[in-house]
Design a protein around this ligand. Structure first.
Ligand SMILES: Nc1nc2c(ncn2[C@@H]2O[C@H](COP(=O)(O)OP(=O)(O)OP(=O)(O)O)[C@@H](O)[C@H]2O)c(=O)[nH]1
Ligand SMILES: [Mg+2]
Length: 326
């Protein structure tokens, strides 16, 4: 029975990306329209072809460095494999992108009991929502999560976290409005240890509001939980909105320098034309995108699946999924 349920869950999550690819419409549309207009109308794989491809990748926010690297590798592949048509070259580009994305370890480090996950990011990026969805997902997997509402800056933030915890049917430790966020983080982890929770998820504030600044406050939270469990936090996840585009890289760098990020959650991938942002984040910082959010519902969070993502991005350009490079 339990096995059957797990199997059903696996199947449901696999089909998630297929369903969700519709929500990546904007990214896929803008990408595929440009590709169709500029690239597929060309017959020759000449310098102009590669220049146009570079422009399209940059416009999709893949970042100049990554775009150049991809186009350079593509040129090589086209030479080596004697590719002659634009369609084949695009399939090869997709294969290059897949190789780039599959080279990263995206597994969440949740083996410790409890594992502590600190969730950070600028305000409105989707931290609280992501924690709600993530808690729900963990519970579905048979784990017992505990959430900590350590965004004490706004009373409404605590209530929002509480509402999500109720929806996900997980317990919550909440701080007092105006209380010390690090104290809430400490209390939550301590409570997680006492209750035998599997995963402790800590929500944090997104805006600067203390004298020392947001980064100093987050660093303190990170330090404080490390006093209870030496390796904690096991994951420090930065929540970024996909529509932020290249600015996301600047944000991510600041958080990474202060906290040592272990992963990125890319939210709002539904409804953005900027589907390439995650390539840039990974290339510039070397921090993997581990989870993606594509909507406001409790099921709208999933682990990042590079192949499914590229299928969605290239939908309308290459309708037949291409086999991986080899
Ligand atoms: N379309 C869409 N909306 C999302 C997604 N994730 C979050 N949101 C919405 O974005 C808004 C902000 O989300 P929050 O979770 O409150 O963001 P936050 O980072 O906790 O914000 P602060 O607490 O103010 O720092 C809410 O309206 C969410 O419903 C997503 O993947 N897709
Ligand atoms: Mg919040």
């Amino acid at each position: 029975m339990a096995e059957q349920a797990a199997e059903e869950r696996r199947a449901r999550r696999e089909s998630w990306w297929r369903r969700m690819s519709r929500r990546m419409d904007k990214a896929s549309l803008s990408f595929s329209e440009q590709v169709r207009d500029v690239v597929l109308l060309r017959r020759d794989l000449d310098d102009a072809f590669y220049d146009d491809l570079l422009d399209i990748l940059v416009a999709a926010d893949a970042g100049m460095g990554t775009a150049e690297q991809l186009v350079e590798r593509l040129r090589e592949r086209v030479r080596e494999q004697r590719i002659a048509t634009a369609e084949e070259a695009l399939a090869a580009l997709k294969a290059e992108m897949l190789e780039l994305l599959q080279g990263r370890n995206r597994g969440l480090r949740l083996d410790a009991r409890p594992s502590v996950v600190l969730v950070v990011g600028v305000n409105g990026s989707g931290k609280t929502t992501t924690i709600g969805k993530f808690a729900h997902r963990l519970r579905e997997d048979g784990l017992s999560p505990l959430v900590g509402a350590a965004d004490t800056f706004r009373a409404a933030a605590i209530e929002q976290m509480r509402a999500w915890a109720e929806r996900a049917r997980v317990p919550i430790v909440a701080g007092r409005p105006e209380g010390d966020p690090a104290a809430v983080a400490f209390d939550t982890v301590q409570s997680g240890i006492a209750r035998g929770a599997d995963v402790v998820l800590i929500d944090t504030a997104g805006r600067l509001h203390t004298k020392g600044g947001l980064m100093a406050e987050l660093q303190k939270m990170s330090r404080v939980v490390g006093r209870l469990i030496p390796d904690a936090p096991h994951e420090t996840l930065l929540v970024l909105e996909a529509p932020t585009g290249m600015n996301a890289v600047v944000q991510a760098r600041a958080f990474h320098e202060a906290l040592g990020l272990t992963g990125v959650v890319l939210t709002k991938l539904d409804g953005t034309a900027r589907g390439g942002t995650l390539l840039a984040i990974e290339a510039e910082l070397g921090v993997p995108v581990k989870l993606v959010g594509m909507g406001e519902g409790i099921d709208d969070l999933n682990v990042f699946d590079p192949a499914a993502y590229l299928d969605a991005l290239f939908a309308g350009v290459l309708d037949v999924p291409q086999p991986a490079a080899g």
